[in-house]
Design a protein around this ligand. Sequence first.
Ligand code: HPA
Length: 276
Amino acid sequence: MSELMQQLKACLAHVREKTDRVPEFGLVLGSGLGFLAEQVENPVVIEYADMPGFPVSTVEGHASRLVLGELSGRSVAIMQGRFHYYEGYPMERLVLGVRLMAQLGAKAMLVTNAAGGIRQGMKPGELMLIEDHINFMGDNPLIGTNPKELGTRFPDMSDAYTTDLREQAKSIAADLGIPVSQGIYAAFTGPSYETPAEIRLLSKLGADAVGMSTIPEVIAASHMKLKVLGISCISNLASGISDQPLSHAEVTETAERVRHVFSRLVIELVGRLKID
Ligand code: HPA
């Protein structure tokens, strides 16, 4: 068995010592939404630090634990706190949590992030359903040996952000009276924010928003044939789009401001999305 599969099996065994729960949904929550893990009913909490090979998030405000339980009556696994490439972890380690959620039985993944808005007319606080991505991180989590148990060597990415889930999400959001847009998410590694020239480049290439996460997780999820719904909270206008310098404080302030409506949307989506 490959080293990766051994590691995954060890993580799986560790979780299975604590719970038999089979999650339907895996949730990877970015800035501001980690608190949803506290609303899980019948929670079983597993610290990443207790799982072999699991990295621990170093970003302030990001907890590092996996929470299994029920949200909106649905069986879920929530990664409270996610890992970033800029923290220095290899991509393969970054996606261990997503792979573990699939091994636990999850059929779909809901991933959220904060992102800078590029498309004209975007406003901080806007929620954008991710339609597709552009990977400018210069790496891919699938580089290396490819355990067949996980997926094919050359996975198709033409519907990595599952169209059906996105269409359902649009109608659920409309039902709730929560405005959502749709767009293309691009990511650089960070941790420095982009330059105005980089944002002009991304704009010309068709990107609507930019961030530093999500793409590795979605590639790994899609590789394992999980359905994916991605949502960006536009926390700021991207570099050079406004004359304000960018700051992490602005990102967290916006995430905090919209967290009520964003979390309501996520809770309803978890309860109402049909996965198959
Ligand atoms: N750029 C990159 N990542 C981000 C941004 C941004 O403007 N806002 C939130 N995350």
